[in-house]
Design a protein around this ligand. Sequence first.
Ligand code: IMP
Length: 196
Amino acid sequence: MRIVLATSNKGKINEFKKLLPTDEVVAFSELLGEMEIIEDADTFKGNAIIKAKTIYDKLNDENAIVISDDSGISVPELNNEPGIYSARYAGQGASDKDNLQKLIDELNKKDIKETAAYYTACIAIVYKGEVYTVHGWMHGSVINKEVGENGFGYDPMFIPTGFDKTFGELSHEIKKEFSHRGKALKLAKKVLEVIV
Ligand code: IMP
């Protein structure tokens, strides 16, 4: 199956390619070039739908299968920040490093060394003009430092429940099994089985 990904986030593209090894996974930019999509909804689901529909409409191909992922990390002790603002927590155009450092700074301001956190992913699928959405979550904690080089985004400060290492240190195989994205994608595959 050929799946067009409505994201330009390299970390997500890499994960989707590994999570869908038997499908042809193409980033939208390979077909349409880079473009900025304004994500102005106030939920993960709203933003996932905006991204998938924008790319589906631009492709102008009824049979295209477009998948988007809107995701982020929420910290209950920080009023669930950064949540849907995870990609721009340190400001518009901020890098993953800037955003991770901003979250460390916010924890340090409150003298927090470790606290509960969870990732959310909403995957939207658009096929034959219809929209389908599924969610996945992963719980754990965040620490006030960066450990390890693996993963992307906030992974080097996130420890999944049941482990004592961050996703900066844990392997992709472990992330694949437990991640918000992996769980949402399992459901998305079921939806694709039914609709395609
Ligand atoms: P989006 O592209 O608007 O959905 O923003 C997602 C942002 O959430 C990313 O830029 C990361 O900062 C963060 N994020 C989402 N999923 C992950 C993950 O699996 N690991 C680390 N950070 C993530």
